[in-house]
Design a protein around this ligand. Structure first.
Ligand SMILES: Nc1ncnc2c1ncn2[C@@H]1O[C@H](COP(=O)(O)OP(=O)(O)OP(=O)(O)O)[C@@H](O)[C@H]1O
Length: 270
């Protein structure tokens, strides 16, 4: 590996295994998972429901259920991460890695204005004054191309469309200037055109902020124009890992081929 590619690395996961307690003893949910993300790169994680995509994200964010057994190596931003070191994991979760989910309202309070949600979060976690937090909130909403950021701060979640709410959730996730954004099916609940807007936004943020993105999806096709590299998960393992263009053009693993074949072309739906 050249020096350049070594310093370029933001995240490296090596031989990660996760076991969760079950009624009949520990259940393996991840086995021998390895992947890496460079700075300013979007990497896709694809696989069916239950394949371990979210568990991988939850391991990185230290959000595993109590009693989880984790083994393997995690390296983030040049430092070895010890998943047993709660303080170090907490620091990474707070500042280095942020997450957006399929349902943007999941992390929002329906009765609080967008401004209050964004600024309170920043006052508590980043120690900003009210004025600083408001200025930062406007800046964040501009970054996610939400029209009229000032007006948006005075509005409530129900006044926005699903796509706009997802932009606000992304703005909130960017508040602490994370280096890695984990996006777990962020466009699955959206119309196709709105979906394209969010994908375009993530790619712009990637280049403007040198942000890395781990994009989780069950739809391999979404990754075509977005992710440079894709890992395909099946039953808690990475069965194929390749540059996205190669993987889509010539999938090697039968499971990847099946995933591609299972894609529904909207034009074919009667
Ligand atoms: N709290 C839990 N305790 C035990 N097993 C769990 C728990 N949560 C998830 N699992 C199991 O872990 C495996 C991986 O689940 P995971 O949520 O990572 O899948 P996924 O690929 O993200 O699926 P989806 O697209 O539905 O979110 C599944 O077999 C699931 O049943």
């Amino acid at each position: 590996m050249s020096v350049d590619s070594a310093t370029d690395e933001l995240l490296a996961v090596e031989n990660l295994a996760v076991r969760l307690p079950g009624p009949d003893g520990p259940v393996t949910v991840l086995e021998d998972v390895s992947l890496s993300v460079r700075r300013g790169e979007i990497v896709g994680i694809a696989g069916e429901s239950g394949s371990g995509k979210s568990m991988t994200a939850r391991t990185l964010l230290d959000l595993l259920p109590a009693g989880a057994e984790v083994s393997g190596r995690l390296r983030f931003d040049g430092a070895e991460l010890d998943h047993r070191d709660r303080k170090a994991m907490h620091a990474v979760r707070g500042h280095g890695i942020a997450m957006v989910f399929q349902d943007p309202t999941a992390a929002m309070h329906p009765m609080l204005s967008i401004g209050r949600q964004l600024t309170e979060h920043m006052s508590v976690h980043l120690g900003l004054t009210r004025k600083q937090a408001k200025a930062r909130a406007v800046e964040l909403l501009e970054q996610v191309r939400l029209p009229d950021p000032g007006g948006a701060l005075r509005s409530y979640p129900h006044q926005f469309s699903g796509g706009q709410l997802q932009r606000i959730a992304i703005a909130s996730a960017l508040a602490a200037r994370p280096k890695l954004l984990i996006a777990d099916e962020p466009t699955t609940a959206l119309d196709v055109t709105v979906q394209a807007g969010i994908l375009g936004l993530l790619d712009s943020l990637r280049s403007e902020l040198d942000l890395s993105v781990l994009f989780i999806t069950h739809d391999l096709g979404v990754l075509a124009a977005l992710a440079t590299h894709t890992c395909v998960f099946q039953q808690g393992r990475v069965v194929e890992s390749a540059p996205t263009a190669d993987l889509l053009r010539a999938p090697e693993h039968p499971y990847t081929r099946a995933l591609l074949a299972a894609r529904t072309d909207p034009a074919e739906v009667p």
